[in-house]
Design a protein around this ligand. Structure first.
Ligand code: KE4
Length: 426
């Protein structure tokens, strides 16, 4: 039952584009009314009609500890009582930058911003400023936020410059963005052969999670590290999703590949609006007020957000066993789907990130991800939603498992998945 959600959705559409403040929330890909959420605690989310669901969206990643963790709420409340924002430096920002540098050693120096998009946009500008070069290589199917230069799709061939993937982005803004194919080293080689010393950086999701979850093929990240070094370009790991998700040190710890610049979001803010970008000092000293690359933000390092991020990272640091627990739970779900689907659906799972693809092909890149049956995904989404399981309303997103998901939650989820998938795939 979603009566109140329906009413709110109609009201919302009168004053908000599509009734939502971020497109994927509109449930457009699954043909349902978006659930307007009233509250969430632990692994559970409750909509305005009182439906309680087990949540595997986890706000698209920040919710690694589960919703409304008591310690995080307490620290945010404490910060709010002392004033919401000062536009001046605070101790919490120092402590958060110190903790980021400790957990992600390649981020010796970092700057806090207010979203993943802002972190990536700034990281790209720093890479260009540091190298004096203009071109950036990204990968088809990877998403790095909505800054103009990265809203692109590949031109007619991987060698051509890209074309805008959004109205309102002038072709001029994307002509310096080159598009390669994820897990395809030769497509990257070709771009460097054709553009070599003009490439400032390669930006990559170390585990792609915006085409659904697609892990890096063995050697792919190591190859990107080698070819950027060989061409004196920078390697940017967009760890907005994987940061503190795959390991305390993120994907760069999980895969033992160290980028030059890392971007963070989601977990680093503990559910509050924080992004961050950082790298070794010689790169980050390019950033204003030290260096010539300008970047600024009224609410950057906001006290309440910094309090949420700090406490979240402290909890993760205190209990590194969490990553084993998360992986175990995600694997139970993945194995359940594999056992019931018999190859008619694929599951990619890395740590506590997983995606179910409705295709009989292995999904190892954007093209194979696109072979998925999105209509079948839409039916899957609706059936599990009706059974109280809240997953991403799009085939090309990820499922997120949190430390708050209990063994009973996983058991209930697997029971629902077995039931729904056995009907859907028969
Ligand atoms: P934000 O600006 O949404 O905080 O972060 C942008 C971003 C950057 N890099 C990666 C790898 C990302 O996944 C994202 C944002 N992720 C999407 C979900 N895939 C956010 C959800 C949404 O757009 O509403």
């Amino acid at each position: 039952m979603d009566t109140r959600s329906k009413e709110l959705f109609e009201e919302a559409k009168r004053h908000i584009p599509g009734g939502v403040n971020s497109p994927v929330r509109a449930f457009g890909a699954v043909g349902r009314t978006p659930r307007f959420i009233a509250s969430a605690h632990g692994s559970r989310i409750v909509d305005v009609d009182g439906n309680e669901m087990i949540d595997y969206v986890c706000s698209w990643g920040p919710g690694i500890l589960g919703h409304a963790h008591p310690r995080v709420i307490e620290k945010v409340t404490e910060a709010c009582r002392a004033g919401l924002t000062f536009g001046a430096p605070t101790e919490r920002e120092v402590r958060l930058a110190q903790l980021i540098a400790k957990l992600v050693p390649s981020m010796e120096v970092s700057r806090l911003v207010s979203s993943g998009t802002e972190a990536v946009m700034s990281a790209v500008r720093v890479a260009r400023g540091f190298t004096g070069r203009d071109k950036i290589v990204k990968f088809k199917g990877c998403y790095h936020g909505h800054s103009d230069g990265l809203l692109v799709k590949a031109g007619s061939g991987a060698l051509t410059s890209s074309v805008p993937d959004s109205a309102g982005v002038p072709a001029d803004y994307t002509k310096n963005t080159l598009v390669a194919l994820y897990n395809d080293c030769s497509s990257v080689e070709a771009l460097f052969e054709a553009n070599g010393k003009d490439i400032a950086a390669v930006i990559v999701e170390p585990v792609a999670a915006n085409m659904g979850v697609v892990p890096p093929a063995p050697g792919f990240l190591e190859f990107l590290r080698e070819i950027t070094e060989r061409n004196e370009a920078l390697l940017i790991f967009d760890e907005v999703i994987t940061g503190f998700r795959l390991a305390l040190g993120g994907a760069q710890e999980y895969y033992h590949v160290t980028p030059d610049i890392t971007t963070l979001g989601k977990i680093v803010g503990g559910g509050m609006p924080i992004g961050a970008y950082g790298g070794r000092r010689e790169i980050m000293d390019m950033v204003s007020p030290v260096g010539p690359v300008y970047q600024a933000g009224t609410l950057s390092g906001n006290p309440a957000a910094a309090a949420a991020g700090l406490e979240t990272l402290r909890i993760l640091k205190e209990d590194p066993e969490i990553y084993g627990r998360l992986e175990r739970k995600a694997k139970i779900i993945a194995d359940t789907v594999r056992s019931v689907s018999g190859g008619t659906a694929q599951v990619n799972q890395v740590g506590s990130l997983l995606s179910i693809f409705f295709t009989d092909r292995e999904v190892r890149d954007y093209e194979s991800a696109l072979s998925s049956d999105t209509a079948r995904y839409s039916r899957y989404f609706g059936r599990v939603l009706d059974q109280g399981i809240y997953v991403a309303p799009s085939q090309f997103e990820a499922m997120f498992v949190s430390d708050a998901h209990t063994d009973e939650d996983i058991e209930v989820t697997c029971r629902v998945l077995r039931n729904c998938l056995s009907h859907l795939l028969s």
